[in-house]
Design a protein around this ligand. Sequence first.
Ligand code: ATP
Length: 238
Amino acid sequence: MTDFALEVRDLYAGYEGVPVLHGISFEVKEGEIVAIVGANGAGKTTTLRTVSGLLRPKSGFVKFYGEDVTGLPAHVMVRKGLTYVPEGRRIFGKLSAKENLELGAFKEESREVIEQRLEWVYSLFPILKERINQKAETMSGGEQQMLAIARGLMSAPKVILLDELSLGLQPSLVEKVLQIVTEIRRYGVTVLLVEQRVLEALEIADKGYVIQSGRVVMSGPSKDLLESEEIKRAYLGM
Ligand code: ATP
């Protein structure tokens, strides 16, 4: 048995003719919150897309609870228990909050189970219960981000990948949304998140990886990274 929910080794990936990841490696233990941080364009989204099966790596491997899942398509990964919440939310604006949530449980056939999951996500995000029949596009940015996370949780993942939750949110909401991540972990969901907001992400994570131009340049327990002079200078503006 492996200790790792997710083990990524020497991942190379990119887009047609554009190499982006140059040998990324990291591990996530069950129950951890792990943050991958770095500047715009460092390759954070590409990392999550590759791990979640939306993008095939050129080389390297991804193991999920010890099983080699490298290159498996995203819908297979969801069934295995790994769900990706994309950057920019990608919710269906014309559908209601509830309809968006139900789409997240697409692999589930039992109505009873879907209802239980809805109750679970409403307990995490009470505001969504108030918005049940509201069109998603009419919700505020913060509410839409909560809806996107909740939709991801509707698949009852073991591991959830969260892409840039803070994007486009006002500062007061960034902390609120990130605090919800710590709640998610209490339900036994392991979290891998990527963020440009280095400080806020490391504050809630157990461990962090700093990536630059598709390579891990620093990693360690979040509290060590937060104390690092290099991080303070390069990312925290101190
Ligand atoms: P951001 O916060 O801006 O999303 P990021 O760290 O997540 O940054 P990526 O989105 O992974 O970075 O992008 C890494 C590099 O890959 C960038 O140079 C970007 O221009 C390039 N890239 C991203 N998507 C594509 C694509 N579909 N086709 C070609 N190049 C792409």
